[in-house]
Design a binder for this molecule. Structure first.
Ligand code: ACO
Length: 328
């Protein structure tokens, strides 16, 4: 039995925030942003939109493409760090809106690794005979927690959602290996100080702008360049494969320089690497599923292609999934 992706979908807000607009907001320049990050523009959700709205739109497409009715779903997992609210889970809100009454539902909080974690967890559920079809979503409205007075972070992030319906196949395509990890000692390098139980919202937390992303970019950069290679090696070695076998490398889209460093170390060429941060920025947990969904739409994925996904993010969390694309 193999766990296969049966269909994918994605949803992006219409509003584009380009580098020229950011030049008016903080002390930055289009040239600096492109040279240091590779990002040209990003999508930003309207004020009246929540993460569940994008999840719902992406999920509807994934359900249709996979030929699945909402009431067939056994489980919904949403990987997000920008849920609609602290509770209930965004997955429960999506479950109700889809009419997926049979499905259990929960969120996974693993920062930008959210989709990879959610997919890895879902795969394990499918090993049980009780679970047949699972909806896995990676979604984030990063703009809600981005400080648009902080040039160190505001140029990086965007909003989006990507969804996959997964199920059981035979011996053909499907997930070959999964690897999830974390290094909690790096939690302080990427976090939102207030709003949780440690520091609930107050007049002071608002005045001190503690409800926004705080990041030590250089620490994350160093961590990312090492971990992407480590995860890739672990996945490929475990499956008895090598970098030359990879047809599509789908890295988390944090910074073009991180992706290029990984490509160089792993000798994976540009044509085999998915890059979409130029037009969408870092959409956190949505980067990988949006990228896969777009690649499929563009006809860049064919049955049997070896796809290597690797993500890292707040936690510090990391993980990857190696799969043969397609279904049987
Ligand atoms: N425009 C102009 N100058 C800037 C900007 C900007 N937008 N941002 C920072 N600078 C300045 C800094 O203030 C600094 O100035 P100084 O030397 O006078 O102090 C200078 O540029 C160099 O700063 P660095 O931080 O060294 O710049 P670097 O080239 O390392 O790029 C960046 C910073 C883009 C943040 C990079 O470190 C990075 O991408 N890190 C990874 C971030 C990441 O992946 N985050 C998401 C993780 S995933 C998740 O879960 C959300």
């Amino acid at each position: 039995m193999k766990v296969q992706i049966l269909g994918m979908g994605h949803s992006l807000p219409d509003r584009i925030l380009n580098n020229q607009e950011l030049e008016q907001m903080v002390d930055t320049s289009h040239e600096w942003i492109v040279e240091r990050t590779g990002i040209l523009e990003r999508r930003i959700a309207d004020k009246d939109m929540a993460t569940s709205d994008l999840c719902w739109q992406a999920a509807k497409i994934a359900l249709e493409r996979s030929g699945t009715e909402a009431n067939e779903l056994d489980l919904i997992i949403v990987g997000t760090s920008s849920p609609d609210m602290l509770f209930p889970s965004t997955a429960c809100i999506v479950q109700d809106r889809l009419g997926a009454g049979k499905a259990a539902a929960f969120d996974v909080e693993a920062g930008c690794t959210g989709f990879v974690y959610a997919l890895g967890i879902a795969e394990k559920f499918l090993l049980s005979p009780e679970y047949k079809k699972i909806l896995v979503i990676g979604a984030d409205l990063c703009s809600r927690f981005t400080d648009y007075t902080d040039r160190n972070t505001c140029v990086l992030f965007g909003d989006g959602a990507g969804a996959a319906v997964i199920g059981k196949g035979n011996s053909g395509p499907g997930i070959l290996s999964t690897y999830l990890g974390a290094d909690g000692s790096g939690a302080r390098h990427l976090y939102m100080p207030a709003g949780g139980s440690a520091l609930p919202p107050s007049k002071e937390t608002l005045e001190q702008r503690l409800h926004f992303i705080r990041m030590d970019g250089n620490e994350i950069f160093r961590f990312a360049t090492k971990i992407v290679v480590k995860v890739s090696e672990k996945l490929l070695t475990g499956a008895g494969l090598s970098y030359q076998d990879v047809d599509l490398f789908v890295p988390h889209q944090a910074n073009l320089r991180i992706i290029k460093t990984a490509m160089k170390r792993m000798r994976i060429p540009k044509e085999k690497t998915l890059i979409n941060l130029d037009y969408f920025g870092n959409m956190s947990a949505a980067c990988i599923p949006v990228g896969l969904s777009m690649a499929e739409e563009a006809g860049k994925l064919k049955n049997g292609d070896l796809v290597l996904m690797v993500a890292f993010g707040a936690g510090l969390s990391y993980g990857g999934i190696l799969l043969r694309w397609g279904r049987d």
